[in-house]
Design a protein around this ligand. Sequence first.
Ligand code: FMN
Length: 179
Amino acid sequence: MKLLAFAGSNSSGSINKQLAAYAAGLFTRYEIEVVHLNDFPMPLFSVDLEKEIGSPESVDRFIDKIASCDFIVLSLAENNKCYNAGFKNAFDWISRKQAKVFHNKPMLLMATSPGKRGGAAVLEFASHHLPFYGADIKGLFSLPSFNDNFKAGQGITNEDLDKQLRDLILKIETQEQTA
Ligand SMILES: Cc1cc2nc3c(=O)[nH]c(=O)nc-3n(C[C@H](O)[C@H](O)[C@H](O)COP(=O)(O)O)c2cc1C
């Protein structure tokens, strides 16, 4: 059983990638792979460019990654209350080849930001939006004030928030086992 974790961010030091990797490590029944959007470089999508070049090879590689996993952990960066442009760009390229971008895979959907709302707006939007594109969302988690509540190499430092995430993952894994 394979778990694929990544952030909806094209920032090399993405805090959402750190959260996605931490959450992935709390799952016990999966072989874990953490990838970065930047491992799949894609030019800015336009129908004109698509006519000219077809589709970059990175799109097929990303589709294969999603298709061959059994569970997805995705943590979304919030930019102006919406998706990070790199994530939306990858989403658009993939959707041209695979309308169900997330292949009906079960997903833990998260968001974090340095702000007190922890990416709540993008999380709320995505929780309604991504299911139309094949995301089978099993749980939602937002980590507020990332810099106060997360330490590199350690994970979530706020005990209540850490327990919330651990309890959610335990519940999801139990449900997945009996599904
Ligand atoms: C253009 C831009 C817009 C942003 N908009 C928001 C926002 O709407 N809400 C928020 O909480 N943080 C916002 N931020 C701060 C991001 O949450 C912060 O950069 C965070 O590190 C992004 O996640 P990432 O590191 O995983 O890319 C914004 C940052 C940028 C550069």
